[in-house]
Unconditional design. Structure first.
Length: 260
């Protein structure tokens, strides 16, 4: 009898391990598939993700190789690339009405700011998300299947979202396509979706992207000295009205940044 009970216990443990591995694999692949299917419908650009890892026991997770494309007519291949990001969530909330994410830490992303007086690529993606969503909470994704819509409407709570060590590459069309590379300060958003309605993935994406675009504009604006040098190099050899050309360019950029 003892041998039979021992065998039954071993079999049950084996089944639990297999089930846990199956659920783990399903969750990882489901998150990856969701990002790569819903992401492009929201942003209107390609979104690729190399891999996702989530632990059902600890709630720890990681995301690797996120690449967000660039909208037309911008020429850079990507607007945002992330090598690694880590997250921590309440494991039990994965199967609840609202997934509670304690923290998301995005490490050293590379962000491309491309544009000038008439707009930029990051703002264009933000506008695309606004155009792709509707309804009282902006969660009805255009052209989404019912299954995709259900995922897009999933309630989230994000207690802390942080981006550290970001590098911004700014290509300014109003300065003849000149490029500068500058660091971005830490970006942190807290207490997102703490109410009963939570926050949807689309709403979270809009908030994060809006903050990235805002900080990018501020960072480029604070590099006014570098912009002046770039403007001067562009106007060399243009004749006697060089100083006027520099003044026009820098004055135009000032208006652009004030509008933001």
């Amino acid at each position: 009898m003892k041998k039979i009970l021992l065998r039954v216990c071993i079999a049950l443990v084996a089944l639990i391990i297999i089930a846990a591995l199956a659920v783990h694999f399903f969750l990882d692949s489901a998150v990856k598939r969701g990002v790569e299917t819903i992401g492009p419908k929201l942003t209107k650009v390609d979104v690729k993700l190399d891999g996702v890892h989530l632990s059902l026991l600890s709630g720890a997770g990681s995301i690797k190789g996120l690449a967000v494309g660039n909208p037309e007519p911008y020429k850079s291949p990507h607007s945002i690339t992330v090598g690694t990001a880590s997250l921590a969530l309440q494991p039990g909330s994965l199967f609840a009405d609202k997934v509670i994410i304690k923290s998301i830490d995005v490490e050293s992303p590379e962000i491309t700011f491309e544009g000038g007086l008439t707009g930029n690529n990051l703002k264009k993606i933000e506008d695309n998300i606004n155009a792709a969503t509707s309804g009282p909470h902006g969660t009805n994704v255009a052209n989404a299947t019912p299954k995709e819509q259900k995922k897009a409407n999933r309630k989230l709570e994000v207690d802390d979202f942080k981006i550290t060590g970001a590098k911004l590459t700014a290509t300014l069309t109003d300065l003849g396509g000149k490029t500068i590379t500058i660091p971005l300060p830490t970006i942190e958003l807290q207490n997102l979706g703490t109410g009963p309605d939570g926050i949807t993935p689309a709403e979270l994406t809009k908030k994060v992207l809006s903050e990235i675009e805002k900080k990018s504009v501020e960072a480029v604006s604070s590099s006014a000295g570098n912009l002046g040098n770039l403007a001067g190099s562009l106007t060399k050899g243009l004749g006697t009205n060089t100083s006027g050309s520099v003044s026009n360019i820098t004055r135009g950029l000032g208006k652009f940044f004030r509008r933001k």
